[in-house]
Design a binder for this molecule. Structure first.
Ligand code: MF3
Ligand code: CO
Length: 250
């Protein structure tokens, strides 16, 4: 349960990894189009990771087979790239990736609309999920609590009639992909762990258009909504500084 406080030099290394993750995600975003497969996206990311001299953080993590997680529509997180999974106009796809460089990790996710035929409610789901992450990041400063962070996500999401996934949470990150503390996307203001300068968190709201329940498919990885509603996911790696949040993945 120990939370590591990182030095400014370590934060700089984490920022380097965060910048590489950002570059990969922007490259993959440009490859998202109707007809592309999620394996096509995986290849774009794997090539970029190699070009930038980074090491993928997800591949081999607990046996996970790829450098990306690609989660379409009612898939919440941890979808496995596959040549058989083609993107269609009107779909949404969450793209999640991490790298490690010189021992320090970065982790970020975006959800992207495919083509032009996006339903208004789907567009709203993406906007609200991204706004909930921004609201959480605005809470980050020394003396704030993880309850403040979770409550901020929850307020933005629930005000729009969407729901926050409870079964997966964000995490500390640094010299491992997942460190303490857990960072729930729900909570009560003033409750939970107090933030201190030098803590580094991956904040990653997962938001369902319908009910919050999720289940994991027989592949052992892909999490889908129980009610079939669509789900969005955005993630940033964020350092706590005296001045507030420093977003390392933007
Ligand atoms: N970004 C996700 C997380 O932080 C995905 C990692 S799971 C993996 O939990 F197995 F794909 F690595
Ligand atoms: Co993460």
């Amino acid at each position: 349960m120990a939370i590591t406080i990182r030095t400014p030099q370590e934060i700089e290394k984490l920022r380097r990894s965060g910048q590489v993750v950002r570059e990969i995600l922007e490259q993959v975003r440009q490859a998202v189009r109707p007809g592309a497969s999620t394996l096509d996206l995986e290849r774009v990311a794997a090539d970029k990771i190699r070009e930038l001299g980074a090491t993928p953080a997800f591949k081999g993590y607990r046996g996970y087979p790829c450098v990306l997680c690609t989660s379409i529509n009612d898939e919440v997180v941890h979808g496995i790239p596959s040549a058989e999974r083609k993107l269609h106009d009107g779909d949404i796809v969450s793209i999640d990736t991490g790298v490690v460089i010189d021992g320090y990790y970065g982790d970020s996710a975006i959800t992207v609309a495919v083509g032009q035929k996006i339903a208004a409610k789907t567009r709203k789901l993406l906007e609200v999920t991204e706004a909930s992450l921004a609201s959480a990041i605005r809470e980050v400063k020394p003396g704030a609590t993880l309850g403040d962070v979770g409550a901020a996500v929850q307020a933005v999401v629930e005000d729009e009639g969407f729901s926050v996934v409870r079964d997966f949470v964000g995490h500390g990150i640094g010299t491992r992909l997942h460190e303490d503390p857990q960072v729930p996307n729900f909570g009560r203001r003033g409750q939970g762990q107090k933030l201190r300068a030098g803590m580094v968190l991956a904040i990653e709201p997962m938001v369902n258009a319908g009910k919050p329940g999720v289940q994991v498919l027989r592949d052992g990885w892909t999490a889908v909504t129980e009610d079939g509603s669509w789900s969005a996911h955005f993630e940033h790696t964020v350092a706590v500084t005296a001045d507030g949040a420093l977003v390392l993945t933007q």
